[in-house]
Write a protein that binds this ligand. Structure first.
Ligand code: ATP
Ligand code: LTN
Length: 327
């Protein structure tokens, strides 16, 4: 069983990334041959600072090991170190259509109202399709926001297979049953994000305990007093999901526990405390791992070597079936 996912080295990673991504990676690494790619090539599709990209790449590597990826089991590597990613992105543009890419909601969301929209922001899903298809991945653990991109990767695989012959496996997305889309604490109708959310409504995995407590205390709630889920209660629904992710309790158990009318203040305090408990050991491990850059680079180099060898046969097949003369 082959597993692959990608994570952008932009901004500090947050509770949504943990919930929709990281905790699933740690689970799926037990189920097979797992690859986790720090997708630096994706991060240049919006305006960015080169120095920040360099340090965020190492920050993210340290964070992936801190949340529990085991370098003995999982292959963690940097996308730009494995040249096949950039190559496949170009080749697969032959089978991805302009119309298909124009329907991607992330392109619309990230591009809307901006002075400069890079061509890369538009073709980004093709790079992602290459990331997945090169590895012949069976499973792709992701959050809900990546559903449309995964569908596109499957469409690209199908178009390629029917035009040039059977080459790619069709990957399946794996989404958590709770917490696939964690919302901003200040604006619970938009997803939590360091690049597109509110600073006060985004819980960073490296926030100090008091900062986390304060973010939950000031979280926006809904009218009424009952701690229960509902379309009319986006704030409380989100906090129930977060508490469930942090403690492992089901959402029904949480609702039952607060049915005696504890009130929002008490509830928000409890969610904050549970998140502090979840994140404190992660933050401590992160700080330790981040302080040894030489070791991080060594792990990433080993990862890139394994990834390069893994994708080589598929990359060759791609060139060959498309009619390129082999050197
Ligand atoms: P950001 O929006 O902060 O820039 P991103 O979506 O660009 O983050 P990545 O860091 O590449 O981010 O995402 C890693 C994983 O986290 C992906 O699988 C993505 O689906 C998931 N993810 C991102 N935001 C959320 C969220 N708010 N809730 C649940 N999962 C999320
Ligand atoms: N587009 C994703 C990151 C990403 C990815 C991938 C996820 C790039 N390549 C391959 C899964 C598989 C995002 O913005 N979160």
């Amino acid at each position: 069983m082959r597993i692959l996912s990608g994570i952008q080295p932009t901004g500090d990673k947050h509770l949504g990334n943990y919930s929709g991504g990281f905790r699933q990676y740690v689970e799926t690494q037990e189920r097979g041959d797992a690859f986790f790619c720090i997708v630096d090539l994706h991060s240049i599709t919006v305006p960015y600072d080169p120095a920040a990209l360099r340090s965020s790449t190492l920050d993210l590597a340290a964070m992936l090991f801190a949340v529990g990826l085991d370098p003995q089991r999982s292959t963690v590597f940097v996308q730009s170190h494995v040249k096949a990613h950039a190559e496949s992105a170009w080749l697969l543009q032959a089978v991805a259509s302009y119309g298909q890419l124009g329907r991607m909601t992330q392109f619309k969301d990230k591009g809307e109202g901006k002075d400069f929209v890079s061509a890369g922001l538009f073709t980004y899903p093709v790079l992602m399709a290459g990331d997945i298809l090169l590895y012949q991945a069976d499973l792709v653990p992701i959050g809900d926001d990546q559903r449309q991109h995964l569908e596109l990767a499957r469409d690209v695989a199908q178009s390629f297979n029917s035009r040039f012959g059977e080459t790619f496996k069709l990957p399946e997305g794996v989404y958590p049953t709770v917490g696939a889309r964690i919302m901003d604490l200040q604006e619970p109708t938009r997803k939590m994000s360091t690049t597109n959310g509110t600073p006060q409504g985004t819980v960073r995995l490296i926030d100090e305990p008091d900062v986390i407590r304060k973010k939950f205390k000031t979280a926006v709630t809904d009218s009424g007093r009952e701690v229960r889920r509902g379309d009319d209660k986006p704030g409380i629904t989100n906090l129930i999901d977060i508490l469930s992710v942090a403690t492992g309790e089901t959402r029904e158990q949480i609702e039952a526990r607060y049915a005696d009318g504890a009130g929002y203040g008490q509830f928000k305090g409890d969610v904050g405390e549970a998140v502090v408990e979840l994140l404190t050991p992660i933050r401590e491990r992160y700080l330790l791992l981040r302080s040894d850059e030489a070791e991080l680079l060594r792990l990433l180099r080993t990862g890139a070597e394994k990834a390069t060898a893994t994708v080589e046969p598929t990359l060759r097949a791609l060139y060959d079936r498309m009619g390129f003369v082999q050197p």
